[in-house]
Design a binder for this molecule. Sequence first.
Ligand SMILES: Cc1cc2nc3c(=O)[nH]c(=O)nc-3n(C[C@H](O)[C@H](O)[C@H](O)COP(=O)(O)OP(=O)(O)OC[C@H]3O[C@@H](n4cnc5c(N)ncnc54)[C@H](O)[C@@H]3O)c2cc1C
Length: 296
Amino acid sequence: MRPFEYQAPATLEEAVALLQKWGERARPLAGGTDLIVQLRRGMRQADLLVDVKRIPELTAIRYDPTEGLILGAAVPCADVADHPAVRAYYPALVDGAGIIGGSAIRQRATVGGNLCNASPSGDAIPPLMVLEARAEIAGPKGRRSVPVSSFCLAPGRSALAADELLVSLRLPPPGPREGARYLRFTPRGEMDIAVVGVAAWVRWDESYTRISAARIALGAVASTPLLAQEAAEALIGREPDEAALAQAARLAQEAARPIDDVRGTFLQRLHLVAVLTRRALRDALQRAKGAQIDGE
Ligand SMILES: Cc1cc2nc3c(=O)[nH]c(=O)nc-3n(C[C@H](O)[C@H](O)[C@H](O)COP(=O)(O)OP(=O)(O)OC[C@H]3O[C@@H](n4cnc5c(N)ncnc54)[C@H](O)[C@@H]3O)c2cc1C
């Protein structure tokens, strides 16, 4: 690995100033579970790593019934998955953050790093998308906010400029009769990258008969995680019977643009999109009734 400088600023302003000064030669460092591997393999170069784990705003996690969840970008996945409010109000985020790597990786790996790495298979990203999370960003020109659903632009490339930092993720508070679920398929039970990941979010109507709103996000089936909008819209106003779920699954397959690679073939991925979409929708509907799903 090429030698690099290391700095661990204590404030956001210092971190942004370092990024501005060093430009493309600097990289923010959170848990390092993607970045250090990439530097070691020569997939990325950096002359300066700016460790963001000492900045209080990035390490805080706070839930407020009006504001929702404010999740600092550098909070480790283990803390996210164990947080009582996240477990109570955002179980789909626990589904995603709680399966990244093994338990040792999750002590270091962060949800913010998972998003900024912008991998098509990042497990935290589809849940954040269906939960309508926004990425709060700081840079030399001030703050801005971007929906997570438009944050990833290409594999490894995000909406962040070289001198910008992800500060936090903001998730709106959950409403009544809403539920969400993230499921992935991996050949191994743990320490594996998703062949396909699907997040589903639903809201029942007041009589718990029909679906009044839905969102579906797909991972590992295109160059970025994506929202399967037509699949979700087809569910609105429908009773979630087999025909409705099968139609959503078929439309989700149409939204997917999978490739053949070492982890899975085009056809296997298409098949998995349908299977996981149905299962994630069923589980999300259960959660939206306040019921526990199998394995919880
Ligand atoms: C053994 C192993 C198993 C893994 N298993 C999984 C898995 O099951 N699922 C999965 O999705 N991933 C997996 N990963 C990948 C990785 O652990 C995750 O993507 C993790 O969430 C990355 O977080 P991090 O804090 O380590 O990010 P880092 O490696 O520190 O950073 C990742 C990228 O984001 C940038 N970055 C980080 N924080 C910020 C910020 N605040 N602002 C701007 N840019 C920032 C960095 O510059 C870098 O480009 C695995 C990795 C390993 C080594």
